[in-house]
Ligand binder design. Sequence first.
Ligand SMILES: Nc1ncnc2c1ncn2[C@@H]1O[C@H](COP(=O)(O)OP(=O)(O)OP(=O)(O)O)[C@@H](O)[C@H]1O
Ligand SMILES: [Mg+2]
Length: 511
Amino acid sequence: MTDNNTTPQPVLRLNGITKTFPGVRALSEVDLALYPGEVTALIGENGAGKSTLVKILTGIHQPDAGQIIVDETPTTLADASAATRAGITAIHQETVLFDDLSVAENIYLGHAPRGRFGLLDWARMEEDAREILKRIGAAINPRLPLRDLGIASKHLVAIARALSVQARVVVMDEPTAALSQAEIEELYTLIDRLKAEGKAILFISHKFDEVFRIAERYTVFRDGQMVDAGMISDVTEDQLVEKMVGRAMSAIFPVRHATPGETVLEVRDYSHPTEFADISFDLRRGEILGFYGLVGAGRSEIMQSLFGVTKPSHGEARLNGRALSIRTPADAIAEGIVYVPEDRGKQGAITAMPIFQNVTLPSLSRTSNKGFIRMAQEFDLARHYTERLDLRASALDQTVGNLSGGNQQKVVIAKWLATRPEVIILDEPTKGIDVGSKAAVHDFMAELAAEGLCVIMVSSEIPEILGMSDRVIVMREGRIVSQHPRDGLSPEILVREAAGYGATAQKESAA
Ligand SMILES: Nc1ncnc2c1ncn2[C@@H]1O[C@H](COP(=O)(O)OP(=O)(O)OP(=O)(O)O)[C@@H](O)[C@H]1O
Ligand SMILES: [Mg+2]
C-alpha cells in the first residue's frame, strides 16, 4: 500500500511551521504530512514541541510562519471551530472537560444535535452519546455528571468527544497515559477502525511499544525541529530513541547496592469500605517498594488513604514504631510522608506560579528567615531538584503553566522531594516523561534511597517495577496477592498474579 509509486496524497500537510513563545522557540520550520488510513507517530522529548503542534492543528495557537495545507488547499485555522470545520479533531494531553456538565454534554459541547427550532435535542444527544461510548467500548452512563467519573473514564469521554466530530484527521496526544490495559486494547481496536475508514491519525506517545504496534510512519522532533521522518518498518526502537535524544542510550536502570535498614513504616490490616481490604506491609529505611497491579487494583486508593485524603475504615499505620493518626494531607506532610499523585495536573502544581516557587512552596520553612523568603536560597533549592530531574525550562522563574506536560510533572516530583520527607509515595512517577528524562528520574530516586529515603512506587510499567524495586507487592481487586523480593521475579509472574490467573490455578491445585 505504501509502494512509492502509489503513495497516496496526504490529507494534511504542514510546511515550515514556526511558533515562538516569549523566550522559547517551540517550533522551528517543521514539516509534517498525514496520510489517509495511516497512523503517524510523533515522538520527541518533553518540551520538543509536540503539543504545541497539536494546538496549532486545532486552532488554539496560530503559527508565526508556515503553511497548513488541507487537501491541497492552504488553510488558516483561526480558532477551534475552524479546525473542526476543516475536519481536524484532537484528544489533548490535558483534557479540557467540564466537571459540572454531564457526560453527553461534554461529548457534544459546541456541536450538539439541534432540533427543528434550533433547540438542543437532548434526547438525541444522549442517544448519540450512548452510541458513541458503546463504539469505543466504554460502559459509561451519558447522564452522569462528569465529576463522578475517574480519570480513565474521563479520558474515554474525551476520546468519544473527538470521535463525535466527523473528522478526517484525528490527533491523539498521549491518549493511553491514563488508560488501563483493557482500555488501551479498546483504543487500539478503535484506531484500526479509524484507519479502515480512511482517517489520518497523528499519534503522540512516549511508549515505544505502542508506537511500533500501531503506527505506519514516524516523525521525530528535537528542540522544536523536525529531525527525521520515515516508515516505522525501516527503523528499530534503538534508532528511534537515538534520533529523539540525539545520542545512543538504552533503558538501563541504576545499579543499587544498598541494603534496606530498619523498618520505618508499618501498615497493618488497613481497610476501606469499598476500595481495599486487609493491607499489611512494612517499608524499610532506604527501600524502594514497588506496588504492581492493573489500573483499578486499589493501589492509588491505599496511598491516598495513607496520605490522609480518605479515611480507612479499619487498620493502623506506624512510623518509626509510633502509631500515626493522619486525618489530612497536612498531618501526613508534618509526619514526613508525602504522596505524589498520578493526576499531577490537577493535584500537583499551581500553574500560574513560577517553577521555583512551586518547587519550594511546601518547604518554605526551610528557605524563609523571620518571615522573609530568601529568594537566592529558594532558587538554589529549586535548581538542585529540577536539574536532577532533567527539567527543561528556559528559566526557573518561568510559569509552570507554560511548561510542556512532561516538564510540569517533573516540577511536581521536585516539589515533594524538596520537602525531604522520610517516606515518599510516587504514583506512576514517570508517566508522560520521555525516555531520556526517565533515566534521570530513576537515578535520582535510587540516589535518594541510598541516602535513606523510603520510597513506595506505584507503577503499571513492568520494566520500571522490576528495574527499580527492592521488593514488589502485587495487588488485585483491592487486596495484596503476594510480596516478592526483586530477585527471581519475572514479567510473567507479575502479569499472572495481577490478572488473577495464578490465584485460580493455586485454588484449583489446592482443591
Ligand atoms: N503557552 C506557552 N507559553 C510559553 N511557552 C510555552 C507555551 N506552551 C508551550 N511552551 C513551551 O514550548 C516548548 C514546547 O512545549 P510542548 O508542550 O509543545 O512540548 P511537548 O513536546 O508536548 O512535551 P511533553 O512530552 O512534555 O508533553 C516548551 O519549551 C514549553 O515550555
Ligand atoms: Mg505535550
